[in-house]
Design a protein around this ligand. Structure first.
Ligand code: 4NP
Length: 154
């Protein structure tokens, strides 16, 4: 039995949530934590696609390869398959609440609720901006991944 099953959800599943997936894979491996980790989008625009090249380059600069990930859309069954579901922003959280089954046991919340001082905040969508925005995203998803590893280790 893994120590938990964690799903990250953004809009397209090609920028923010695959970076969060890569960051948690790296942090969990470092900590020796056995987690099932996946990511998804609330939209179906990029199903089957690799992460955005800027996201892949940014993760690679930090020693993490996310090039093999492929986009998929979040679904109701995810609430039964995962113990923790983290939305990257408020719109993604609303989208998840819309598809959630009436009864489920998963924790659903905003990713930055994990980070002291960032509660209630969104991970901004870097898609329309410069590559520097992806560095900001990486810093945020890494802070959240470290906080989650500490929480799950307790
Ligand atoms: P993500 O970024 O939600 O972090 O994967 C986006 C990717 C694609 C689009 C929007 C946001 N799009 O409109 O195609």
């Amino acid at each position: 039995m893994p120590d938990g099953a964690v799903l990250f959800v953004c809009l397209g599943n090609i920028c923010r949530s695959p970076m969060a997936e890569g960051a948690l894979r790296a942090e969990a491996a470092r900590a020796g934590l056995d987690l099932r980790i996946d990511s998804a989008g609330t939209a179906d625009y990029h199903v089957g696609e690799a992460p955005d090249a800027r996201a892949v380059r940014t993760a690679r600069r930090h020693g993490v390869d996310i090039s093999g990930l492929r986009g998929r859309q979040a679904r109701a069954q995810d609430f039964h398959d995962f113990t923790h579901i983290f939305a990257l922003d408020h719109s993604n959280l609303k989208g998840l609440q819309r598809i959630a089954p009436a009864a489920h046991g998963a924790h659903l919340g905003l990713l930055l609720d994990l980070v002291p001082g960032r509660e209630g905040q969104a991970v901004a969508d870097p898609w329309y901006g410069e590559e520097a925005g992806f560095e900001q995203t990486w810093a945020e998803v890494t802070a959240a991944a470290r906080a989650l590893v500490h929480q799950l280790q307790r």
